[in-house]
Design a protein around this ligand. Structure first.
Ligand code: NDP
Length: 243
């Protein structure tokens, strides 16, 4: 029986590293990607070690998510794992922040968790268990100037984890958060060089995380070695925030 892991935001950055690592671990990866980039999609499929499928879906659209869940239900195998990884930033100081910027970040980073997780959680309940990993951020833990929208969404992600972990426990569904620190992906490419240097200078380990370092933690949480951790928020931030 195939063990299916659904990974959102699968073709780039942290989602790509998580897809690759979980594929090495033996999961059948169902990747969710918003972009219709054939080259990126082919390269994602070719970079995995196991069978996989990639579905196009904008996670902010309930209709698109429902269509995607219907396709997943037709696959052979059972959904063991969901990784809610898709996320965006839209930074500005709060006094200049547009409603559109607020809404797009909350829609993508938080409302999508309701759309995607609820149907998969129901499938897991029927199957007798499963695991959910939500990708938050160090800036959801400590707040970050210029990111009132993002920090709110990511703090919300861990609130979601803590509450659902309590509900899911009786159905053997473990729910955890990973909170990465600054990680070497396209999300960091828009940051000015001098600001980026300032960020690195502030990190006790003196560098950004590599996506693989986040994926290794996801791999542990997804594995049978992790059987008694639920509702936790695992920081992977080089010591930037020690709460
Ligand atoms: P990237 O910008 O490299 O990738 C973001 C991914 O999210 C892409 O695959 C993108 O899909 C997907 N995505 C965005 N919006 C949507 C949408 N509406 N529907 C479907 N997919 C969507 O980001 P990272 O890999 O850096 O970030 C991954 C996660 O880690 C995010 O939740 C982020 O907030 C979090 N994080 C990142 C940190 C960092 O420093 N990089 C630090 C802390 C947390 P597509 O390619 O199709 O556009």
């Amino acid at each position: 029986m195939k063990k299916i892991a659904v990974v959102t935001g699968a073709t780039r950055g942290i989602g790509l590293a998580i897809s690759q690592k979980l594929s090495q671990d033996g999961f059948f990866i169902v990747g969710i990607s918003r972009a219709d980039n054939q080259e990126a999609n082919d390269s994602w499929v070719n970079s995995l070690s196991n069978d996989c499928r990639l579905f196009k879906c904008d996670v902010t659209s309930l209709l698109a998510v429902e269509e995607m869940i219907a396709k997943i239900s037709e696959l052979e195998g059972s959904v063991h794992l969901l990784v809610n990884n898709a996320g965006i930033t839209s930074d500005s100081f709060f006094h200049k922040m547009s409603l559109e910027s607020w809404r797009s970040v909350i829609d993508t980073n938080l409302n999508s968790l309701f759309y995607i997780t609820q149907p998969i959680y129901k499938i897991m309940k029927e199957n007798g268990g499963g695991k959910i990993i939500n990708i938050s951020s160090v800036n959801g833990q400590k707040g970050q100037a210029g990111q009132v929208n993002y920090s709110s969404s990511k703090a919300g992600v861990h609130g979601f984890t803590m509450a659902l972990a309590q509900e899911g426990a009786r159905s053997n569904i473990l729910v955890n958060t990973i909170s990465p620190g600054y990680t070497n992906t396209e999300m960091m490419k828009n940051i000015r060089v001098d600001i980026l240097q300032g960020i690195k200078d502030n990190i006790p380990l003196g560098r950004l995380a590599e996506p693989k370092e986040i994926a290794n933690v996801a791999s542990f949480l997804a594995s049978d070695c992790c059987s008694y951790i639920t509702g936790a928020n695992i920081p992977v931030n080089g010591g930037l925030f020690i709460g």
